[in-house]
Design a protein around this ligand. Structure first.
Ligand SMILES: [Zn+2]
Length: 407
């Protein structure tokens, strides 16, 4: 049994105890207000029992309800708010219209009895409210608020009994009742509004959303958050994010997304489900690399031995040449594996494409480029100016795929 269920059962027990005490005190003292309040409390036993059933039911996930029945708790809270408002109405009725035929000799005992009931309600409702907030349970929080309103009605009855005992002429109980009914209506309406908001999928609060936003942006691979939304369901939160990632491989993207999910789940309490859609970062430019000969006029036949690389930055779409930069090949003189070293170096510079001479076959660089999503284009031409012209005419081919992961 989880903490929520235990707390709900404790509330059922407290309500049974309070009902019994009120009934006994009502019969013993002859106070109609106390008897009416005992009837009210017996309805509360049913209300807290239905909250317990709601919590039990809400944890089930079935094929018919794949998102869980968490909102059963919000429904229970909504029903409880109705009972709270009813309790307010009953206070008004018992104070304004009940005629007392109390036995004066027994009044002091009844007054002490009502004080005892009040103390039980006070201590348990405080305890339940604190625990319910820690558990993030809307129905238990509503139950705790309900017990607080019951405490208020005990106070009214106490005032009434004391007024009768001391034969006060002022309608103390009526004035107090009016103030308390206002408080009760406020609590009842707030619980109802909160429950209805969750039932209608209102957004998570601003503070939680901005905490989640900060957690996502901590990862350097995230370039942008396109959209971030979240909602409550019972005591749980559901989050959806649409991200642009600075990652080209699907596996790396998946890894980043898993990291985001774990960080959110460890740092934001009560998150049930996170859905992240991701796509590659949208860039305005494309960088194409070319291996070039010593005279800087022609495409080099040998990739690893090329003395220079020309990096062209082209604007996406129309292919306007924005920047040209010449780089000296730092691995030209290496003994072994210069092809791989050069290709890894170019990838680290963030190139999007590479132009290689036709019939050039070298497995190492080929794998490095394809693993990192660098487009390889083979060409017949060897003249640098011709290749540049054709590139500007057709700056890109194909597009990258998008990915979605569930967690
Ligand atoms: Zn009640």
């Amino acid at each position: 049994m989880d903490a929520g269920e235990r707390l709900a059962l404790a509330s059922v027990a407290v309500n049974i105890l309070v009902t019994g005490l009120k009934y006994f005190l009502g019969v013993f003292s002859g106070s109609l207000a106390l008897l009416a309040d005992a009837v009210h409390s017996s309805a509360d036993v049913i209300s807290s029992a239905s909250i317990w059933a709601g919590i039990k039911l809400s944890r089930r996930k079935t094929k018919g309800f794949p998102y869980g029945l968490y909102k059963v708790e919000n429904l229970a809270a909504l029903i409880t708010s109705g009972l709270i408002l009813l309790a307010g109405y009953e206070i008004v009725r018992s104070v304004l219209w009940a005629s007392e035929r109390v036995r004066a000799a027994r009044l002091p005992y009844a007054i002490f009895g009502v004080i005892a009931v009040g103390l039980i309600l006070l201590s348990f409702s405080r305890y339940e409210l604190k625990r319910a907030r820690r558990l993030n349970s809307p129905s238990l929080e509503a139950d705790a608020q309900h017990l607080t309103t019951d405490l208020l009605s005990s106070c009214i009855i106490l005032l009434g009994l004391a007024g009768t005992y001391f034969q006060v002429k002022l309608p103390l109980d009526r004035v107090a009742a009016l103030v308390m009914v206002v408080l009760i209506v406020r609590v009842g309406v707030k619980i109802a509004v909160d429950a209805i908001r969750v039932l209608l999928d209102a957004s998570l609060d601003f503070k939680t959303l901005s905490t989640i936003r900060d957690i996502i942006l901590e990862l350097p691979q995230v370039s942008e958050i396109n959209a971030l939304t979240g909602r409550n369901s019972g005591r749980f939160k559901f989050i959806e994010a649409d991200l642009a990632l600075r990652v080209r491989e699907l596996e790396k993207a998946h890894f980043v997304v898993n990291q985001i999910e774990n960080r959110i789940k460890t740092r934001v309490p009560h998150v049930d489900h996170i859905l992240i859609h991701y796509e590659p970062m949208r860039r305005e430019t494309r960088v194409i690399a070319l291996p070039v000969t010593e005279d800087r006029m022609r495409l080099s036949e040998h990739f690893g031995e090329a003395p220079y690389f020309l990096l062209l930055t082209l604007k996406k779409g129309n292919g306007t040449l924005l920047e040209e930069s010449w780089l000296f090949n730092p691995f030209q003189m290496e003994e072994k594996g210069k092809g791989i070293k050069v290709s890894e170096w170019l990838v680290s510079l963030g190139i999007d494409g590479i132009i290689i001479p036709k019939n050039y076959e070298h497995k190492g660089p080929y794998y490095v480029f394809s693993d990192n999503g660098v487009e390889m284009r083979q060409t017949d031409g060897r003249s640098l100016s011709e290749i540049k012209e054709s590139l500007i005419a057709a700056p890109e081919t194909g597009s990258r795929s998008k990915g979605t992961t569930y967690g």
